[in-house]
Design a protein around this ligand. Structure first.
Ligand code: PAN
Ligand code: ZN
Length: 189
């Protein structure tokens, strides 16, 4: 019979640079480039041009992981670089949590943008992100961050360690709102 054993860790602390998000000792480093974003932007041809022009890093996630079990809290730094794909601001893929009844807290440390959230009944919400602003992503809400500024959009994120990430239906459904720069202005459409 399979037994579910709870893994604990020793108490610990670490330093986080509260502007750059740099977290020395982070052992997991996820890098997503333009080529990882296929299917997510309105202007697919503009994304292809960006990939051909050197496939720049879009965003990075730094983690010092704890066991992925209910009871622990996962935390990480999310760093989304500034840029445009056509007229659309750079963004993360976005996801639901695989365990849908799990929330998340984002504390923005640097940059500006939006957290776009959607529920699968069609509701959508766009919360502004700026240094010092906390965003609460309730259970069941898919979430994507969008960088509308000129510096990296850096956040400290905390969520239940067993939450997992479900990217699947984001590729097919997308989010009801996108953020563009048109005639020098930010437009949510
Ligand atoms: C964040 C995100 C991070 C990258 O840590 O995973 O910002 O975005 P995607 O996972 O959508 O590529 C988080 O929400 N974790 O649950
Ligand atoms: Zn999440």
């Amino acid at each position: 019979m399979e037994t579910h054993e709870f893994k604990n860790v020793e108490p610990f602390g670490l330093m986080i640079d509260l502007t750059t998000g740099q977290m020395p000792g982070a052992t997991n480093h996820l890098v997503r480039r333009a080529s990882d974003m296929k299917g997510h932007y309105a202007d697919a041809a503009a994304l292809d041009r960006l990939i051909a022009a050197g496939d720049p890093v879009h965003y990075e996630v730094f983690e010092y992981p704890v066991p992925e079990q209910d009871g622990h809290l996962m935390y990480c730094i999310s760093k989304l670089l500034p840029g445009l794909v056509g007229e659309e601001f750079w963004m993360t893929k976005g996801h639901y949590h695989s365990v849908a009844e799990t929330a998340e807290i984002y504390l923005c440390l640097q940059g500006k943008g939006y957290m776009i959230m959607k529920l699968n009944d069609g509701r959508c919400d766009a919360q502004p992100m700026e240094r010092g602003r906390m965003i609460y992503v309730p259970p069941h809400w898919a979430h994507r961050s969008i960088n509308t500024g000129s510096e990296p959009l850096v956040s400290f994120c905390v969520y239940p360690a067993h939450a997992g990430h479900n990217y699947g239906d984001i590729v097919t459904e997308g989010f009801p709102q996108r953020v563009f720069r048109r005639n020098g202005r930010e437009v949510i459409a």
